[in-house]
Ligand binder design. Structure first.
Ligand SMILES: [Zn+2]
Length: 310
């Protein structure tokens, strides 16, 4: 029975004790009473300097340990590109860029008498590991698209690489330049929530997808700009997935994040069928799943457990 701790850091920090791939006890959360509509709280972590953020993460780890002295591994999932324990890029927590996060966490935990091995991972990879665990797929390859402010791409099992799949080029149109990274033609530049708000300055993404609906009595859509965008959005997701299939093979793809509400699965599958024609690559499947903190916490813990060879 592996006793581990999983931590996920996004707009807030959530940590839990994970025993045998199940959460035991409550999640420890900072800020505790997080309100996603309050801009102050959205920025609570962004405004912490790196040392303060590391201390706050360790506070939650100590809380989650519930006094246990036999923790075997700790996994910390961060939004950004993490390699060899260094945060190379973190657009949503810019203060972390360049920080030797592995060392900082290990040193801070040592001052609190916690010596368990620490693994730092990308949060989308943690999400993929959590879904693999929950869906009994720890022995197969699982990929996940997280459709939120940006577009995350996670894969399980862990493999060396960059895996910035959300920045897959899916358009050669020079005008496609809404991606948060500044790159042209990226999947996130079409599908990301932030990018959609930049494209439709006069409409929220919810209104765009609502206006793209067909009138059931006439079969027509009142707003062609919105319908065209809905098609583009699904083509971008199909194109990113098709590229992932052509590079890494068919298999299971999960879709999660708050914008899965916009996914029209029949439309997505139709585009994907047009883009993937080699018969050995057609055994893929897509499934929409809820994005919850528990899945990500378990995923971070499972990744740490595997990295520690437990
Ligand atoms: Zn990009």
């Amino acid at each position: 029975m592996a006793k581990t701790i999983g931590v996920t850091v996004s707009e807030r920090i959530q940590a839990g004790l994970v025993v045998d791939h199940r959460i035991v006890g409550p999640l420890h959360i900072f800020p505790a009473n997080y309100d996603p509509d309050s801009e102050d709280e959205q920025d609570a972590l962004v405004e912490l300097p790196t040392e303060g953020l590391v201390r706050t993460i360790c506070d939650q780890i100590v809380g989650a340990a519930q006094g246990a002295t036999d923790i075997q591994a700790i996994g910390v999932a961060l939004p950004g590109l993490v390699r060899n324990g260094v945060v190379e890029e973190a657009p949503n927590l810019p203060q972390l860029k360049g920080s030797r996060i592995f060392e900082l966490l290990r040193n801070e935990l040592a001052t609190r008498d916690i010596q368990a091995p620490v693994t730092v991972l990308n949060d989308a990879d943690g999400c993929a590991a959590g879904l693999a665990s929950l869906h009994g797929r720890l022995d197969s390859v699982v990929r996940v698209w997280t459709l939120g402010i940006g577009i995350g791409y996670g894969r399980y099992p862990f493999a060396e690489g960059v895996w910035e799949g959300g920045h897959t080029v899916v358009s050669l149109d020079d005008k496609e330049r809404y991606c948060g990274c500044g790159g042209r033609g990226h999947m996130e530049g079409i599908m990301g929530h932030r990018a959609m708000r930049l494209r439709f300055l006069d409409m929220e993404p919810e209104e765009v997808f609502e206006a793209a609906k067909l009138d059931p009595s006439t079969g027509h859509c009142a707003d062609h700009r919105c319908l065209e965008f809905k098609r583009l959005w699904h083509k971008a997701l199909a194109a990113g997935t098709a590229s992932a299939i052509h590079i890494g093979g068919a298999g299971k793809f999960f879709l999660t994040g708050f914008n899965v509400r916009f996914v029209d699965l029949p439309m997505l599958k139709d585009y994907l069928q047009q883009m993937v024609k080699m018969s050995p690559l057609q055994s893929y499947s897509m499934e929409i799943v809820n994005d919850d903190a528990q899945t990500r916490v378990i995923g971070a813990a499972v990744t740490a457990e595997q990295a520690a060879g437990l």
